[in-house]
Design a protein around this ligand. Structure first.
Ligand code: FAD
Length: 535
């Protein structure tokens, strides 16, 4: 691909943004196209240029709970898209062996209650009812252990008293693209390429143009804005706004516009992955309603149960393991089912573009930034980016303040997730080899170091303690701190002076609720088997 400078004149009235050209047709490209189609209909002309020869990354199957707002925004029911994408439900991330071999805990999509002004984590540290913080404080942990679906067999969603956390549908549609940061009780696993295919149909039915071709040149005008991209077989495609969804290549933002990339590698050294798509007989294997992250000698392995197969992969640091070692470990972990499955080796670019929106080019997806998928935040970044893009959609070229605001928001979220991931490694109790020993001395962001010091005197509180809250709720920090077990945290001294009866009653309420739901709800296998039988 080449970049042509200053020669091309943009002859179109630059005063209005009406033509959007998206380069790249992976998850980022098609999520952006479908979202823009839902937001603006045919008032904005959208074209997706997708290469037939350059593949997509081929992973990215576990999501974060905000993803439900995306499908709501597209006005899609689960019954319309889930079967087409072999999707399952996800209630949590299950962490295995981060503390010690055989130990597991969950980070669920469920806010933690507060009692008399203290979060349950404070109460639990003072009055632990069992050794499982996650089960004592969240209903979801028990549902995950029992492999339950969040829906009854008649399709109704379990009433878990989470109504206040769910996104009000009307407001989701009227507050165009407002990121609420709300935790809602579940997310999804899906096959990424099937979702891209589904969204291709959704978008093209709503007027999005689809060009299958390679972009070979990006032309800049005399002000350094992109005037058009040139394709191998379809000539020039001009636009007012260009969305770079070309993955780690970042052909428009980093290559053509020269925007620098800010690496997070010093704090998050995992830079490689090897992935396998393992066939699954749904009748024989449990469909756990969670993504599992199992700690390994040089990173961790993800396990994502889908209707059709299991998606699995080893995320590792190339300073501590070779690709051959990583593949061997992954194959041993999966067992004989993986024997004939080809491995997909991936080199990951960890960090973010300094600015994701420069002139008339916005990078969305891997081109904008990426951190290892330990908390399934890749698709969350995409969703957040396109919500913000619509929110700050420019009227024309002069909207510098809107661009700045957008960049501030994206930076804030990505840097925040980096910090949260760093906590997983610093917090992990295991120190059984050099990789895990180094996680205790490696540099971490200053803000995290400060917080860890505070948490050693009192665990994270409710939202208000976080003036620099980055999109992850404080209860998430509690889950990781108390689950990984390597940092010695304490409850507030004040809970010693408070009356504990209401807190103990809340633990009992959670226990009874979990017990009842485990009895009533079907397993995920039973739920999806019934859905298939009724289809
Ligand atoms: P890609 O999928 O790489 O797509 C790039 C597109 O650009 C392709 O369509 C390609 O054809 C096109 N293209 C490239 N060059 C040209 C050209 N010259 N002309 C035209 N088109 C071009 N996220 C999660 O949320 N959950 C997860 O569990 C998760 N797991 C992950 C595991 C790993 C190992 C990695 C690396 C990522 C993971 N992610 C995850 C992130 C997720 O995969 C990505 O965020 C998501 O797939 C978006 O990718 P993309 O569309 O930006 O890029």
């Amino acid at each position: 691909m080449t970049v042509s400078g200053a020669a091309a004149k943009n002859t179109r009235d630059p005063g209005r943004t009406r033509r959007v050209v998206i380069v790249g047709g992976g998850t980022a490209g098609w999520m952006t196209a479908s979202y823009l189609a839902a937001a603006f209909g045919k008032r904005v002309d959208v074209t997706v240029v997708e290469s037939a020869t350059v593949g997509t990354i081929g992973v990215g199957e576990a999501t974060f709970s905000d993803i439900r707002h995306f499908f709501e925004f597209l006005r899609l029911e689960e019954s319309e898209w889930m079967p087409a994408c072999n999707a399952t439900y996800k209630l949590a991330v299950r962490f295995e062996n981060w503390r010690e071999p055989g130990h597991h805990f969950y980070h669920p999509f469920e806010q933690m209650a507060s009692v008399d002004g203290f979060p349950l984590s404070d109460w639990w540290l003072r009055y632990p009812t069992t050794s499982r913080f996650d089960k004592d404080c969240f209903v979801m942990a028990s549902l995950c252990d029992a492999e339950r679906s969040p829906r009854y067999l008649d399709g109704s969603l379990v009433d878990q008293g989470f109504v206040e956390q769910t996104h009000d549908e009307t407001s989701a549609r009227s507050t165009i693209a407002e990121y609420q940061g709300a935790q809602i009780p579940y997310a999804y696993h899906f096959e990424a390429h099937l979702l891209a295919k589904f969204l291709t149909g959704y978008s093209t039915e709503r007027g999005v143009k689809h060009v299958v071709d390679n972009v070979v040149d990006v032309a800049l005008d005399d002000q350094g804005f992109i005037s058009h991209v040139r394709t191998a077989e379809h000539g020039e495609i001009a636009g007012d706004l260009f969305v770079d969804c070309t993955g780690f290549r970042a052909l428009l933002l980093n290559k053509a516009l020269g925007e620098p990339f800010v690496s997070y590698q010093d704090t998050l050294p995992n830079d490689s992955a090897v992935a396998l798509q393992v066939p699954l007989d749904m009748d024989r294997k449990p469909l756990r309603p969670c993504t599992t992250a199992t700690a390994q000698d040089a990173g961790w392995i993800w396990t994502i149960p889908l209707i059709s197969r299991i998606g699995t992969g080893y995320v590792y640091a190339s300073d501590y393991a070779t690709p051959e070692e990583a593949e061997r470990v992954l194959r041993e972990f999966v067992g004989p089912e993986a024997a004939d499955v080809p491995a997909n080796h991936i080199r990951m670019r960890i960090g973010r573009s300094r600015r994701s929106w420069v002139k008339n080019c916005v990078a969305v997806g891997l081109s904008s930034g990426f951190v290892e998928p330990l908390e399934s935040t890749g698709i969350f970044f995409i969703h957040h980016a396109i919500e913000q893009m619509v929110k700050y959609f420019p009227s024309g070229r002069g909207d510098d303040l809107l661009r700045e605001q957008y960049n501030r928001s994206v930076t804030h979220v990505m840097d925040g997730v980096r910090e949260f991931l760093c906590l997983h490694y610093r917090g992990a109790k295991r120190v059984d080899n050099q990789y895990w020993k180094d996680t205790k001395t490696r540099v971490i962001p200053d803000a995290l170091a400060e917080r860890i010091e505070i948490w050693q005197h009192k665990v994270p509180d409710s939202e208000s303690i976080y003036p620099h809250y980055h999109g992850l709720p404080p209860y998430s920090y509690n889950c990781i701190l108390l689950g990984t077990g390597g940092i010695d945290v304490r409850h507030s001294p004040a809970v010693e002076l408070a009356d504990e009866r209401a807190a103990l009653a809340e633990f009992e309420r959670i226990r009874l609720k979990a017990e009842k739901l485990v009895q009533e709800l079907p397993t995920q296998n039973q739920y999806f088997a019934a859905m298939r039988a009724n289809a």
